[in-house]
Design a protein around this ligand. Structure first.
Ligand SMILES: Cc1cc2nc3c(=O)[nH]c(=O)nc-3n(C[C@H](O)[C@H](O)[C@H](O)COP(=O)(O)OP(=O)(O)OC[C@H]3O[C@@H](n4cnc5c(N)ncnc54)[C@H](O)[C@@H]3O)c2cc1C
Length: 477
């Protein structure tokens, strides 16, 4: 076939555009590998990010490459798929066009079917300025920044002679006691008491104080009470100070203001201050702003977290060609977890393929059966060799749950190479207590503030260097 024929054949094929290379987007693209369609995947990162292991990047167990394989490499042999790097900033439902931007280049991509899987970002519940002092954990940049802040805090403490400052530098507060918060608090504790033990000459890394706090009255709210209690018990044994019913009302470079909520539900609790240089935010999520765009054009509703209320076949009202999957969609009470996104992406791809095949065969397009989620269970690690898992009515804690966690995560890491290197890193971290990814750079830690400065409309003055983000500049007299 000549090149022009190839192009003609492609132009006439059904074109599926997928926004996002996360769990929903990538698994939808892969599901379409044998379909008689062209697939264009548009994402603002070049990788597929395995978010559940971000906390291991933030605490030096894994490298970012191990949990973020290149999307192009993954789809290299899928000849009906191509990848566009760019941030989608507009979707025109009427004309079926998606507009994306990469640096100054703007690309318009037409579609026959659209799968929107742009996920969710961190929510600070209207206090976006908290982000500067308490990064969340949604991207590779977040995880590397956190790693820099955590290890940088130990390094600053090593250089300080002021006991009050040392205490502030060695206090780490994780806000949000869901799975991510529990995993993060457990790993900072292990980093301080095992990995970094004996590596500093003037401070004892084991004296670090790790606080896990949440406004809710329990740890791991989505899990059964007994599993939340088991996780809390294990964390307490590791030295983590769990503070429940504690709501963060303010945050700055040197600490947090917290209100202890009265147990009887009345308003107006005791307000106190926690001095802590390093804060991690794992308390809330907000769906991609693309949800609002879709809702405004289709009349779909959005919930409080910005998720789009979809039809039972995951489409927008009045737009059977537009699917919304994963963390961006709201259907029943489905949780924002990887399996919902994977199954939703695959479902949308199958519906599209069935429709295209029916048209090609001159048959009636089959009626769509509603999306049905198969719950494979939930799990969270607490520490080395300890996790909690819930599969239907079965609840498991401790070592067996940890092995289950290990196997399930390995299964869903995309690509043989990433799996192999992850196993090697895990063996090093779990059996020697050493961690291979403790490198930090000042640039990683400063990037967030620099970006704000450089993208501000009229930067009057250069940003004040803040010692919280300049780990190696103070010197011991
Ligand atoms: C720290 C953390 C730990 C987690 N742990 C677990 C766990 O243990 N188990 C579990 O089941 N779930 C876990 N989750 C949740 C799980 O990762 C999500 O539910 C899942 O990633 C949702 O998939 P998605 O495809 O909807 O979105 P994502 O995986 O977030 O993918 C969104 C994609 O869209 C792209 N994108 C976003 N906006 C745009 C735009 N405007 N233009 C172009 N591209 C865009 C992003 O770059 C990304 O590629 C965790 C999440 C986090 C953050």
């Amino acid at each position: 076939m000549s090149p022009s024929n190839t192009l003609a054949a492609r132009v006439h094929r059904h074109h599926v555009v997928i926004i996002g290379s996360g769990f929903g987007g990538l698994f939808a693209a892969k599901q379409l590998r044998k379909a008689n369609v062209d697939v264009t995947l548009i994402a603002k990162t070049t990788h597929h990010l395995f978010q559940p292991l971000l906390y291991q990047v933030a605490t030096g167990i894994l490298s970012e490459g191990e949990i973020a394989p290149s999307t192009r490499m993954i789809l290299k042999d899928q000849h009906n798929a191509s990848v566009i790097l760019g941030e989608v900033n507009s979707i025109d439902l009427e004309n079926k066009v998606v507009t994306s931007q990469f640096l100054e280049r703007i690309t318009e991509t037409g579609y026959d079917s659209l799968i929107v899987a742009a996920g969710a970002g961190q929510s600070y519940f209207g206090n976006d300025h908290f982000a500067e002092y308490a990064p969340g954990m949604k991207t590779i940049d977040d995880a590397l920044e956190l790693r820099g802040r955590i290890i940088g805090a130990f390094d600053q403490a090593e250089l300080s002679t002021d006991p009050e400052e040392i205490e502030r530098l060695l206090t780490f507060v994780v806000v949000g006691a869901g799975p991510t918060g529990v995993e993060m608090a457990g790993q900072i504790a292990e980093l301080a008491t095992k990995t970094l033990d004996g590596t500093y000459r003037h401070i004892d890394s084991r004296s670090a104080k790790i606080i896990l706090l949440d406004a809710a009255p329990k740890v791991l709210p989505p899990f059964a009470d007994s599993l939340g209690q088991a996780a809390a018990k294990r964390l307490t044994k590791m030295g983590v100070d769990i503070q429940l019913g504690a709501m963060v009302t303010d945050l700055d470079a040197n600490g947090l203001t917290v209100e202890d909520l009265p147990l009887d539900g009345r308003e107006g609790g005791t307000v106190r201050r926690i001095s802590a240089r390093t804060k991690v935010w794992s308390a809330g999520v907000a769906a991609s702003p693309l949800g609002k765009t879709l809702a405004a054009q289709s009349g779909a509703e959005i919930d409080r977290a910005g998720r789009v209320l979809v039809n039972p076949d995951l489409t927008l009202p009045g737009h059977p060609e537009v699917f919304v999957v994963g963390d961006m969609m709201s259907l029943g009470k489905l949780p924002g977890v990887a399996q919902v996104a994977i199954q939703g992406g695959r479902y949308a791809a199958r519906v599209i393929e069935d429709g295209v095949e029916a048209v090609r065969a001159g048959k009636t397009v089959p009626e769509r059966t509603p999306f049905k989620y198969f719950d494979k269970g939930s799990m969270a690690t607490v520490s080395r060799f300890s996790a909690v898992a819930q599969v239907g009515p079965i609840k498991v804690t401790g070592f067996i749950a940890w092995v289950m966690w290990l196997l399930v995560h390995l299964l869903y890491i995309v690509g043989f190479r990433s799996r192999l290197t992850t196993v090697i890193s895990w063996l090093t971290a779990f059996f020697s207590r050493g961690r291979g990814q403790l490198a930090i750079t000042e640039q990683q830690v400063d990037a967030r503030r620099a970006m704000v400065y450089f993208t501000a409309p009229e930067p009057a003055t250069a940003p004040e260097p803040e010692s919280a983000t300049r780990p190696l500049q103070e010197s011991r007299p």
